[in-house]
Structures are given as structure tokens and as C-alpha cells.
Design a protein. Structure first.
Length: 226
């Protein structure tokens, strides 16, 4: 699977907090790709001033970490739907994966649990696995409308396609104590965030606590069989 972590120029601290918690670094990330077939990248386009200070900063960060996927897309909050479309198109062109995943940089993910969850649906053709927080998205089948919210857009696009939606609530667990209780009960969450923020509120400060209390453990990904 390819996991694209949606990020912005202003979110360096968020990226570093993800790198310090659930996203393997350096040789471990490369091992994850070669041995488990799991690719993880931060996803970002370019600024309106191509080659400006923002782009140079991202390029320097990528040289250091090697974990950024650049898109042919101009960054902007109102362009998130177009960015999501560009991410999926780019990911498909670069990697032949069974699943393509989109997540935000203020969400905690248990990679092994995600892989095991997706593996259960491997034999089902054309599935869209996600958690609809506010219920299903409805639209006319012949209209491919771009909403301001990229997740709503994505859900609406699949309505017009022959795709089966699987609503898995483990993809939208709350932060502790919710995800902690579920982990203690043997039902680890795939993704954890605060619904009020559509991410972990103050994620830079809190994601380490979420990782400590709700993480699946550092060895889980290496023991997982997909």
C-alpha cells in the first residue's frame, strides 16, 4: 500500500511529530518498503512562486529525510480536492499497489493494524474503505462536483463508480481514552484523532502521548503478516 500524508508548507512541526512517532525513519522506512510493500510519503505541491523560499525549504527537508512526494499542484486550502486527485493520480503512476491511502499530518496511524485491516478485503474487487464520520455522502451520480472539503469530494466521486464502500469505524477512533480502551480490549484502532478538530487537537504537542497510549508497539509492523 501507498500511504500519502497530506501536509502543507507551514506544517514542518507536524511532519516532525509524525516522524518521531508512527512513521519509520531512514533504513527502517526503506526496509518497510522492500520487505512489507508499504510506502509512506508526505504529500505536497509547490507554491504560487515556483522555486521560491517555501519550495526550497521543502526540497532541503526532502534531501534530509527522503520522505516527501512533490505534486504538480499549487498549494492552497481551497485546492485540497484538486490536490487529493493529483495525489492519487501521481501515486498510481509511481507505485503498483493494492491500496492507496490518504491521511492528514495530524492523525495517528497504526501501520500494522491498517495493513491487517486492508488485507481482509484483498479479494474484494474495487473497494473504498473509509469511515464516514457524518454519515454517507449523497450526490447526483452524473455530477463530479469538487467540494471545498477533499474527503467529501472523494466520497462523492465514488458514488458514480462501481465501487463498494466499506465503513470501518476503527479508521476514526478518538484519542485517549477512546483508542486506549479499545487497544486494551484487543481491538486496536487504525487511526485516532479528535472529531472536533478533524485531527488531533494541538497534534504537535499531543501526538507523542497518543502514540504512547494507543500505539500498537514498535515491533508490530515487523511481526504482521499481510
Amino acid at each position: 500500500m501507498v500511504i500519502g500524508i497530506n501536509t502543507a508548507f507551514s506544517s514542518r512541526k507536524r511532519r516532525d511529530s509524525v516522524r518521531a512517532t508512527w512513521m519509520p525513519q531512514g533504513d527502517e522506512r526503506r526496509k518497510l518498503e522492500s520487505e512489507k510493500g508499504i510506502v509512506i510519503r508526505f504529500v505536497i505541491g509547490h507554491s504560487a512562486t515556483l522555486g521560491g523560499i517555501l519550495d526550497r525549504a521543502i526540497e532541503a527537508e526532502d534531501q534530509k529525510h527522503g520522505d516527501i512526494l512533490r505534486l504538480d499542484h499549487v498549494e492552497g486550502y481551497l485546492e485540497l480536492s484538486a490536490k487529493t486527485k493529483a495525489y492519487f493520480a501521481t501515486a498510481v503512476s509511481l507505485w503498483d499497489a493494492e491500496y492507496y491511502v490518504k491521511v492528514d499530518d495530524d492523525v495517528h496511524v497504526n501501520i500494522a493494524t491498517l495493513g491487517e485491516t486492508l488485507a481482509r478485503h484483498r479479494k474484494k474487487p474495487r473497494v473504498y474503505i473509509g469511515c464516514m464520520k457524518s454519515g454517507p455522502v449523497l450526490a447526483q451520480r452524473h455530477v463530479l462536483h469538487k467540494y471545498a472539503n477533499e474527503d467529501v469530494s472523494l466520497g462523492s466521486w465514488f458514488i458514480g463508480l462501481d465501487v463498494r464502500h466499506i465503513d470501518d469505524r476503527r479508521l476514526c477512533c478518538g484519542t485517549p481514552p477512546d483508542c486506549e480502551w479499545k487497544a486494551q480490549a484487543g481491538n486496536a484502532c487504525v487511526a485516532s484523532f479528535d472529531w472536533s478538530c478533524s485531527g488531533i487537537c494541538r497534534s504537535v504537542d499531543r501526538i507523542k502521548e497518543v502514540h504512547r497510549r494507543c500505539g500498537e508497539g514498535e515491533d508490530a509492523i515487523w511481526k504482521a503478516v499481510f
